[in-house]
Design a protein around this ligand. Sequence first.
Ligand SMILES: Cc1ncc(COP(=O)(O)O)c(C=O)c1O
Length: 396
Amino acid sequence: MGVLSDQCAAMLESSSWIRRMFETGMELKKQHGADKVSDFSLGNPDLPPPPEVAGGLRELEANLNRPFSFGYMPNCGFDWALRRLAAYLSEEQGVKLEEGDLMLGCGAAGCMNAFLKAVLNPGDEILCIAPYFVEYGAYVSNHGGVLRPVPAKQADFSPDLPALEKAFGPKTRGIIINSPNNPTGQIYSKDDLAALAELLRRKSREYKRPIFLLSDEPYRFLAYDGAEVPAVLPLYEYAVVLGSFSKSLSLPGERIGYLALAPHMPDKALLRSGAITANRTLGFVNPPLVGQYLLKHALGKHVDLNVYAARREVMTQTLTAAGYEFIKPRGAFYFFPKAPGGNDTEFVRRLAEELVLAVPGSGFGMPGFFRLAFCVSEAEISRALDGLKRARAHFA
Ligand SMILES: Cc1ncc(COP(=O)(O)O)c(C=O)c1O
């Protein structure tokens, strides 16, 4: 019997690839110098937050001597912060949202955990579309649920609705979607989302329980060439948006995020109370205080999208010149090319020998591919060219 719970031991094992790449990267940078390594392993945005964020810090500082300036607050966040967020999201989602439709929390991740805790019974199933953000498995099992990944269409990583339809059963409680997608960069079309909403409605009736659509949207702001990211709240009465400012304002360490319920959701008030209570009892207690002040000043702003757009072009040129097969991402900051030779873990290991760090598709529930995160400088992308060429040639 080890010191870890079976669940925690399994989580350590399943996330070991990303951890291993991180450790390999540290080691390689120490050995060869950071400027020799191209590290595409982590989705940690390197851009500075927009300057408006500083206004929040100044306001907070000016109020420091007031009683409770850093006190506990309502478990869903300050009233004034929810009001501002409601106005902002009403415009973004194209439906009228009120404070009572929202909860602020600790990132999209914390809010998803709170919602799952509120709705899952042991053995309940949550579907998702593979490849997927690997943490979903832990978020669902944290609350007694089981994640059931269903592969996306191979041609373009869009949802495979007939395959999804077959995955529903009496235990299905919801589906997680993520558009723009990590790791593929795909954006789901309005037609696909409307068809998914219809399917969820039909299955909710068939199994006589609401089936939730959990839309994980930290990359909503990051769509290229004018691509539209359709809103889900107007499409389905049991839709829930999990969003954050981790990427749009480059604030991932501050952990400010939110949950938004479709305004016409039946039992909305009860579900919101459940999520807020879960937010408290999970130990988050309330959303970050500093983050709410930052939002007060910077809501509606975002980091310079042109920087990511330019890097996407450099990565496209680099991968093309090195002879890789890939779909150009329509959003987010990842590429998900085919692994030459087909064995993604072997390929990524070989790529690391060339001082280029990536994550195998197996880490996202889709072997045969690998993920490159381009939240690094254009120079770091360009200098990977020779290493990418040599690694590919090795498996030719
Ligand atoms: C798909 C996806 N969902 C959720 C998260 C977590 O975001 P947050 O920082 O808002 O918790 C990430 C972070 O990288 C992500 O890539």
